[in-house]
Write a protein that binds this ligand. Structure first.
Ligand SMILES: [Zn+2]
Length: 175
């Protein structure tokens, strides 16, 4: 009886063995799948970390470019400020500069007789020209006369701001 029992149990362990074999192969497959899955995950993680490294490099490059742009912008602002300051200074100095510029020696031609007229514009005359009042210059030619109801007078040449400035700039080679 005991033998039969053993036989049964022997049969049982055979079944168990074959079941355990099936289980083992299933487990092996599962294990293999897990391994493959882990490998996949690892590969993905590596890809992700590589992409992250690339993105970091990109970010660094972008930040550097942004810094460069900010630097250029600051430089531009500085240059603009400097240009504006210079323009302001020049504008403030303009009347004084023009006053200085207008003074000095001129050689003109009488508009009536064509005689050469030399004159030296004083500071007072320059001031007069600057505010738009003409300076009267007598023609040196004694024959060059203007007729008036009250008589004849030496022809007077009116000097005005615009033509005098133009003449001076031409004398200085700036025009
Ligand atoms: Zn004249």
């Amino acid at each position: 009886m005991g033998g039969a029992g053993t036989g049964e149990s022997g049969n049982g362990s055979k079944v168990e063995r074959s079941r355990s074999k099936e289980t083992d192969s299933v487990l092996a497959i599962v294990e293999e799948m897990r391994r493959l899955y882990r490998e996949r995950v690892k590969m993905r993680e590596e890809e992700i970390s590589q992409l992250k490294a690339i993105l970091d490099l990109r970010d660094a490059a972008i930040r550097q470019r942004e810094d460069e742009v900010a630097g250029l912008r600051a430089q531009l602002t500085k240059t603009e400020e400097k240009a504006r300051r210079t323009a302001d200074e020049l504008t403030a100095q303009f009347p004084l500069r023009v006053l200085e510029l207008l003074q000095g020696a001129y050689t003109l031609k009488c508009t009536k007789c064509g005689a050469e007229v030399k004159t030296n514009v004083t500071e007072e005359q320059a001031r007069q020209l600057l505010i738009g009042q003409p300076v009267q210059l007598l023609c040196p030619n004694p024959e060059c006369m203007d007729e008036f109801p009250w008589g004849r007078e030496r022809h007077s040449i009116p000097l005005t701001f615009g033509p005098m400035l133009k003449l001076k700039l031409a004398l200085l080679g700036l025009l």
